[in-house]
Design a protein around this ligand. Structure first.
Ligand code: GSH
Length: 223
């Protein structure tokens, strides 16, 4: 097992190829953005090593992990010489690293262009829109007045409306095929669903139900 920094809770996982050794190590805590790369790793069916950091006990703020991510955030992923942070970057890397598994459209295709758009949309548009809703609720619950940065962000319902339309005649974000874009956008919409933000978006609800019923998602969120 690869555990260069002797983290205590390292488990060998991945659904197939269990006999092959893996250099991939995912630093993880349940219920966080680290679910995104774990979900994709499970979809890919490649072996990986999971290091469970206890955020409540501050494992991510201690020296061994700070050497991997000095920002003290999860997820992080190492793969041989590569140390990568940022859930989006990790998912894009993994989908390309295992290109033959078909979770990212081929380079130079039209689908690839739309794939870039949805990957960026997840983090660049949906995530700030959801975080804005969360902040607003927090402030207003305390009797404060929320001042929206309306020209710098897209309002959640507008942002979700774009996805709702894209899913009108599509099983998945990019059409008939599940890709890493469903993982990224799916993870964000799961947050939104937890905040009861998508009840008026029937296409999103149906798609979310579909993608979160996948065995890979269930494995990635089992603990
Ligand atoms: N933009 C980063 C955000 C990473 C991030 O904020 N992770 C949170 C969990 S969702 C974290 O590690 N928080 C620990 C802390 O702030 O103490 C990504 O997408 O990976």
């Amino acid at each position: 097992m690869t555990n260069p920094l002797s983290f205590p809770d390292t488990t060998r996982t991945g659904t197939t190829d269990q006999s092959n050794s893996s250099d991939i190590v995912l630093y993880f805590y349940p219920g966080t953005r680290a679910v995104r790369p774990r979900w994709l790793l499970e979809e890919l069916g490649v072996p990986y090593n999971l290091v469970l950091l206890n955020l409540r006990e501050g494992d991510h703020k201690r020296k061994p992990y700070l050497a991997i991510n000095s920002a003290a955030k999860v997820p992080a992923l190492t793969d041989g010489e590569i140390t990568l942070t940022e859930s989006l970057a990790i998912c894009m890397y993994l989908a390309d690293r295992f290109q033959e598994k078909g979770f990212a459209p081929a380079w130079g295709t039209t689908d690839r262009a739309y794939y870039y758009k949805w990957m960026a949309y997840s983090i660049g548009t949906l995530e700030p829109a959801i975080l804005e809703k969360m902040s607003r609720r927090k402030i207003e619950n305390k009797g404060g007045k929320y001042i929206a940065m309306s020209q710098a962000t897209t309002e959640f319902n507008v942002a979700a409306g774009v996805l709702e339309k894209a899913l009108e005649n599509s099983q998945f974000v990019l059409g008939d095929k599940f890709t890493a874009a469903d993982v990224m956008v799916g993870s964000l919409m799961n947050w939104a669903n937890g905040l009861h933000l998508i009840e008026a978006h029937q296409n999103i609800l149906e798609w979310l139900h579909r993608v979160t019923a996948r065995p890979a998602y269930l494995r990635a969120t089992k603990d």
